[in-house]
Design a protein around this ligand. Structure first.
Ligand SMILES: O=C(O)CCC(=O)C(=O)O
Ligand SMILES: [Fe+2]
Length: 184
């Protein structure tokens, strides 16, 4: 399953590249991409005597390329919508949820933005999630594709070494940390 999951991430990446007119960069960028797999357990609030919702994972934007996630039928993932509301996004059984991260903000010169999300737990069942996280390799330079830059659409980010950004800000929950680090 894991190699199929990695393939899925590459297919999604290629489709997005093609949709944004930067398909010719796909092969090179795919070569510079690696993946990690992670399973996470979130405790049920009632385990600690808490009847209310509890925070499972602080609100953040993934700093990687894209993440595909599934869960064990216990929902908990919330997404922040543009109007400022958090909404739970249950992942249907047998489906994968795709979250775009900061890297796509650079690749699309801000046309796409990373998904703001968190995990909130309620009830008495523990939640498990499993995900495949695509990430640029160590030392890779991120830059806005020239196809998406013109007088009306200046580059929003300077070129930067992705692993340097991650080393400094990898744990930052700030939604704007990429802009702060590499925004022009
Ligand atoms: O477990 C989840 O549903 C979300 C995990 C997540 O957002 C992350 O690991 O970045
Ligand atoms: Fe995340």
């Amino acid at each position: 399953m894991n190699s199929k999951l990695k393939d899925l991430n590459f297919v999604l990446m290629r489709l997005i590249f093609e949709a944004f007119g930067i398909g010719k960069h796909y092969e090179v960028e795919a070569e510079k991409t690696t993946d990690s797999l992670r399973a996470t357990k979130y405790r049920a609030p009632t385990e600690n005597g808490n009847q209310n919702e509890t925070l499972g994972l602080t609100a953040h934007v993934d700093k990687n390329t894209l993440s595909t996630l599934c869960e064990n039928g216990v929902p908990g993932l919330d997404v922040l919508h543009d109007e400022g509301q958090w909404r739970q996004l249950p992942i249907p059984k047998g489906s994968w949820l795709v979250l775009l991260g900061n890297v796509f903000e650079v690749w699309t010169n801000g046309l796409l933005h990373g998904v703001r999300h968190r995990v909130m737990m309620s009830g008495d069942k523990e939640r498990y999630s499993y995900g495949c996280f695509s990430t640029p390799r160590e030392g890779v330079t991120m830059e806005v594709p020239p196809e998406l830059v013109d007088n009306d659409h200046p580059a929003l980010y300077r070129p930067f070494i992705y692993s340097d950004f991650l080393a400094i800000h990898g744990r930052s929950p700030s939604f704007d940390i990429l802009k702060t680090y590499a925004g022009i």
